[in-house]
Design a binder for this molecule. Structure first.
Ligand SMILES: Nc1ncnc2c1ncn2[C@@H]1O[C@H](COP(=O)(O)OP(=O)(O)O)[C@@H](O)[C@H]1O
Ligand SMILES: [Mg+2]
Length: 370
């Protein structure tokens, strides 16, 4: 029963703290994503779980077993890397049955497993091909097949789709999830692509600078981000800066630049006080747009500065009266479009806002991903 538990795990490289006091519980049979910008420690965390490197502090459990001192080959994990790590001098078949053979299975049993996993990734007809004769998508399917053939109940995938074209990437991500689910595996999938993480995961851990900021289902992270970084990195958010002008029992009033007051639901604002500097996060699709000047709660006048037709959606960049530039996304099929230069009023429901204390480092610095 491979659940994976990390307790206060830290890994340093000289002065760099690649993984910083991470606590995490990935449940048995869960499809779990580690999501975060490049350099935040995702690969290091995965390599710690695989046993390829050792933590400086903390404990790693696979199932009920403390594995800190267990070598990788005895941890029973399958690993799929971003780069196509197949043996180049072996054909597909020999790549796939390599794991079962190393495990000491006889040819009959290894062949049965090889047949099974190649059927599963739908590449049985290519078993004579060498890696350099395959497309990137095929190579990655073989890499998954090889990991599955080794029979591990825990599958670790490090940006397995990173090198692939968008179309192939989108298909393959569902395929990998389906295989993991069909086989009842626990999977930990590293990605910097939030749409990938959202599409395939039961739960996601959002990482930044070696730490985990928030763990939740895609819906939880999207609907209730606990920090400006998560509001920014999972989905998209507009950030309006201001100061708390009053705190009610359920709502909070924020004064934006130019004296514009808006209201928001308390959610993350338990400890915020009058006068405190805050940031309000509002999703691009939470806004309504109307032509002209309309008065109402949480309505702000603005001018459309730019429109982008994206197919499914149209993106509007609107300069608000408080000087902030926001993005609003509307389905293109609603048929009502606004033009550049047009005066509009944008409004947002107070329950669709999230208030955060202004980041100590500054908003820009807090959101920076490099
Ligand atoms: N072998 C290593 N030696 C020195 N620094 C490393 C090594 N591996 C990773 N790092 C550093 O640790 C941090 C986390 O890296 P990594 O886990 O690869 O991030 P990610 O996979 O999220 O891009 C980075 O600052 C990286 O430069
Ligand atoms: Mg990495």
């Amino acid at each position: 029963m491979p659940d994976v538990r990390l307790v206060n795990v830290t890994k340093r490289y000289g002065k760099i703290v690649a993984v910083n006091k991470v606590n995490l519980h990935v449940y048995d049979k869960e499809y779990f994503a580690l999501l975060g910008p490049s350099g935040c420690g995702k690969t290091t965390l995965l390599r710690l779980i695989a046993g390829l490197i050792k933590p400086d502090e903390g404990e790693i459990y696979i199932g009920d077993k403390l594995v800190n001192d267990v070598p990788p080959e005895d941890r029973d994990v399958g690993f799929v890397f971003q780069t196509f790590a197949l043996f180049p001098h072996m054909n597909v078949w020999n790549n796939v049955i390599y794991g079962p053979r190393v495990k000491g299975f006889d040819m009959k049993k290894a062949s049965r497993i090889g047949d099974e996993v190649l059927e599963m990734v739908r590449l049985h007809e290519r078993l004579d091909a060498f890696p350099n004769e395959l497309s990137g998508g095929m190579m990655q399917r073989i890499a998954v097949a090889r990991a599955l053939a080794a029979g591990s109940r825990l599958l670790l995938l490090d940006e397995p789709l990173g090198q692939l074209d968008a179309k192939v990437r989108n298909e393959l991500r569902y395929e990998i999830r389906r295989m993991a689910k069909d086989l009842g595996l626990t999977a930990i999938h590293v990605t910097h692509d939030q749409s990938e993480a959202m599409a395939i995961s039961d739960r996601i851990a959002v990482m930044k600078k070696g730490g985990i900021l928030q763990v939740g289902t895609p819906e939880e992270l999207y609907m209730n981000p606990k920090s400006v970084f998560v509001a920014h990195f999972v989905g998209e958010s507009n950030f309006l800066e201001g100061y708390v002008s009053s705190v009610g029992s359920k709502t909070i009033t924020v004064e934006l630049r130019n004296g514009i007051k808006v209201e928001a639901v308390h959610k993350n604002a338990e400890r915020l006080k009058k006068g405190e500097r805050v940031v309000l996060a509002v999703r691009p699709e939470a806004f309504t747009i109307e032509k002209g000047i309309k008065r109402g709660k949480n309505s702000i006048e603005g001018v459309v500065e730019r429109t982008t037709f994206e197919g499914t959606n149209i993106r509007y960049e609107v300069r608000l009266k408080n000087e902030d530039l926001i993005v609003i996304v509307k389905p293109s099929l609603i048929g009502e479009w606004w033009k550049v230069g047009e005066k509009v009023t944008v409004s947002f429901p107070l329950e669709k806002t999230h208030v955060f204390a202004y980041p100590k480092a500054g908003l820009r610095e807090e959101l920076a991903v490099e």
